[in-house]
Write a protein of this length. Structure first.
Length: 196
């Protein structure tokens, strides 16, 4: 699934594929109608690969959410985005129970499911479930290994107790005298020379 050239344009429904950049904006293709249009650079544009859904403890990239929906639907379309907010939230709980329902609005869910269905109709959700699950399992194993290594480092880094400093006994009847310091020669200034 490559979302790097798929964009949403603020104020325009649907999704668009970024074709090229012009001096004054962009040329995009409407994924639903297949029409190419030019948009000015002052439009607010969002790349789908940079969009995420708020979670309770972290944000979830849209690609991950789409993958979970794809897996639940066995590669088919999902719930209609025109369903009630209650139905959309119930579905979202099944797909991503970690999402933050206080920060994700019904309008966000409508966009999410509409975008998924548009991408599905255009064949842009080519997901190899076995390959993705293998990659996720490898990533989780790597993260677990890093956590173990970090824990081992913390155990090794505990401060060691310092050995007490050795005291050197001074000889009380030392016959050696310390050499006296020589006084630094006095610098003569111009005033001193004039006074002489």
């Amino acid at each position: 699934m490559d979302l790097s050239r798929v964009i949403a344009i603020s104020g325009k429904p649907g999704l668009y594929r970024l074709i090229s950049q012009t001096r004054n904006g962009f040329v995009v293709e409407d994924l639903e109608k297949g029409k190419k249009i030019s948009i000015a650079s002052n439009y607010n544009v969002s790349l789908l690969e940079n969009v995420a859904i708020y979670g309770v403890s972290q944000e979830f990239p849209l690609a991950e959410v789409f993958f979970r929906i794809y897996k639940k639907e066995n590669g088919g379309e999902t719930v209609d985005h025109k369903s009630s907010g209650t139905e959309l939230r119930k579905y979202m709980e099944e797909v991503l129970p970690e999402y933050d329902d206080s920060r994700v609005y019904d309008s966000d869910l409508k966009k999410l499911f509409q975008w998924y269905n548009i991408l599905h109709k255009n064949g842009l959700l080519n997901i190899d479930l076995a390959a993705v699950e293998a990659a996720l399992a490898a990533q989780q194993a790597e993260e677990a290994e890093e956590a173990i290594e970090t824990e081992e480092l913390k155990v090794e880094e505990k401060p060691k107790k310092k050995a007490p400093a050795k005291k050197v006994a001074k000889e009380e009847n030392s016959t050696e005298e310390k050499p006296k310091k020589k006084a630094a020669p006095k610098k003569t200034t111009k005033k001193d020379k004039d006074a002489e």
